[in-house]
Design a protein around this ligand. Structure first.
Ligand code: T46
Length: 136
């Protein structure tokens, strides 16, 4: 599985750090939605789903967390711990987020508005969708 990580330019100076994210410039899609999660309870795993069409960039803007990725053939674990680093996820990828540090803030840029119909929340259904895609 190819892991696509973006490293965004930091506009740092003696006042501190700043990162700018611009759709179709350093973000490879139109950004329709931004959401973020924090105060994640110790030991919690989130996610447990894939998306049919959604493209996303996950940025741990503070603290750290790990992302489990599964494309139906292989799995990868990705550490996010830099405010200027984004993990790009598109296509049929099962994802779980875990090992959140107490101070972690995970921000996500998404290519579409929230749509429950785009989620595959059942792992068996996900595997079936992957197999159907391979066959087409
Ligand atoms: C993903 C991973 C990385 C909304 O109302 N609007 C939204 O935009 C989102 C993302 C969620 N919600 C509601 C739906 C649920 O009632 O917020 C609640 C928690 O969502 P969910 O359980 O889907 O959260 P995670 O952390 O399991 O997954 C989220 C995204 O949903 C998902 O697209 O790829 O983060």
């Amino acid at each position: 599985m190819e892991i696509i990580k973006y490293t965004f330019d930091i506009h740092g100076d003696d006042r501190g750090q700043l990162v700018a994210l611009e759709e179709l410039k350093n973000v490879p899609f139109d950004v329709k939605r931004v959401y973020y999660m924090w105060d994640t309870v110790k030991g919690v795993r989130r996610g447990f789903h894939a998306h049919k069409e959604l493209k996303q960039i996950l940025i741990c803007v503070h603290g750290s967390c790990k992302i489990h990725l599964d494309d139906g053939r292989e799995t990868e674990e990705v550490l996010l711990n830099k405010a200027n680093e984004g993990l790009y996820i598109e296509g049929l990828i099962w994802r779980e987020m875990y090992d959140f540090s107490p101070d972690a803030v995970l921000m996500v840029l998404a290519s579409e508005y929230y749509d429950e119909a785009d989620y595959i929340r059942d792992y068996g259904e996900f595997r079936e969708a992957v197999n159907n895609t391979k066959g087409s």
